[in-house]
Design a protein around this ligand. Structure first.
Ligand SMILES: Cc1cc2nc3c(=O)[nH]c(=O)nc-3n(C[C@H](O)[C@H](O)[C@H](O)COP(=O)(O)OP(=O)(O)OC[C@H]3O[C@@H](n4cnc5c(N)ncnc54)[C@H](O)[C@@H]3O)c2cc1C
Length: 359
């Protein structure tokens, strides 16, 4: 079987790994001359966003046949809302993963497991030509350009991220999240540590153009009085979209190109790896791709409903949400059970506004 994969990112290489598991060796085309992310940073994966998956490392092992090691376990979740701060503690809220070009980054780890996949670097192949020359093509280029061209892409959210690598004293198990309409509209900022001295700090502001992001970043640093020592900065365009169909003729769309990024909080790694693996299973076993990925897509569509509620939220609404999430029964329900956040999140927002309306 002749299979071409466009893009050697997490979704493309997860697809290649699963194909190898079935004894099929694909050819991967990668635009850059390296494996890994252009911008070094640390990402987080939280159990609440990955549900119904209970433990991501177990999922990667059992479902994706990959033994992946995180940088750290997330044990502390600190939320800075406009007028409220709350820290939650647990043995395991999820994991931090290193992104970059290192061998121990998420992509570096997946790459190191490939035995027979051939990668051609510095190539941006034409999808139509590949589709004619191969049995199947997997589009895993992390962007919507090909999906847009084939008229399968509907934009849900777009905006800009400014990121920085910062030095300070950190708890390496603490994920810090900030929200405040003054500097991120209905977006968010978060800090993920590498270790106790270094972290990545990211601000996502939706529905703006690149020239505006520095203004919001300045506001963020000033309002939150952040004293981190900035080592380097970067900018990334962020988008999330609904793709349909996810398979067009003999072409599969996976990862961000296939709409894997959550429109609510930008989580995309788990979905991207899952879609890579499912596309390989569909190719080899002849299973229906749309059915295999339906749970991923359904979850993200309900996250989009929540995103629309977030878009309308005032700073007071954010504070009310934090208060309602801290009510003992609800806190237990959200963090310690396997409930679907997307389904009940909008209810929590309404409840918060009702209970704390008069404060
Ligand atoms: C700054 C930032 C922070 C993030 N934080 C988190 C987080 O905390 N948690 C989380 O779950 N997710 C996070 N994400 C999202 C996550 O990184 C993505 O969901 C995931 O990387 C998508 O994987 P992918 O394989 O689809 O694309 P990518 O990982 O982007 O890989 C695409 C690959 O295709 C190559 N390519 C592009 N065009 C072509 C072409 N025409 N031909 C050949 N090759 C091409 C690229 O060079 C790249 O190697 C973050 C993303 C960014 C940018």
């Amino acid at each position: 079987m002749k299979i071409a994969i466009i893009g050697a990112g997490v979704s493309g290489l997860s697809c290649a790994h699963e194909l190898e598991y079935y004894g099929v060796n694909p050819l991967v085309y990668e635009d850059t001359d390296f494996i890994g992310d252009r911008e070094p940073h640390v990402t987080a994966n939280l159990d609440i966003a990955d549900r119904p998956i209970k433990d991501l490392l177990v999922y990667f092992n059992e479902m994706c046949h990959m033994d992946i090691k995180p940088v750290n376990v997330v044990k502390k979740l600190t939320h800075y809302f406009p007028n409220n701060k709350r820290t939650l503690k647990s043995d395991n809220f999820g994991y931090f993963f290193r992104r970059g070009k290192e061998y121990n980054s998420l992509i570096g780890q997946i790459y190191s497991k490939l035995k027979k996949t051939r990668i051609i670097f510095g190539q941006k192949p034409d999808v139509k030509t590949l589709s004619e020359e191969n049995d199947f093509v997997v589009v895993a280029n992390g962007r919507p350009d090909i999906t847009k061209k084939l008229k399968c892409w509907n934009e849900l959210v777009s905006g800009w991220i400014k990121g920085a690598i910062v030095k300070y004293d950190f708890d390496p198990t603490e994920l810090i999240v900030w929200v405040n309409r003054k500097y991120c509209k209905s977006g968010y900022a978060y800090l993920c540590p590498y270790d106790s001295k270094k972290a990545s700090l990211l601000l996502f502001v939706p529905y703006i153009s690149k020239i505006d992001i520095d203004h919001y970043w300045k506001q963020f640093i000033e309002i939150e009085k952040l004293e981190y020592n900035i080592l380097e900065e970067f900018y990334v365009e962020h988008f999330s979209g609904y793709v349909y169909p996810h398979k067009f003729k003999n072409i599969y769309f996976v990862g961000s190109a296939g709409g894997a990024i959550s429109p609510l909080l930008g989580f995309g790694q788990t979905n991207s790896i899952s879609m890579g693996v499912f596309s390989a299973q569909s190719i080899v076993e002849g299973m229906d791709y749309e059915s295999l990925i339906s749970n991923v897509i359904k979850k993200e569509l309900s996250m989009y409903e929540l995103r629309k509620s977030f878009n309308r939220l005032s700073n007071r609404g954010y504070d009310n949400l934090l208060k309602v999430m801290a009510l003992p029964g609800l806190k237990h329900l959200f963090y310690n059970t396997n409930i679907n956040i997307a389904k009940y999140g909008a209810g929590a927002l309404k409840l918060g506004n009702k209970i704390f309306k008069k404060e």
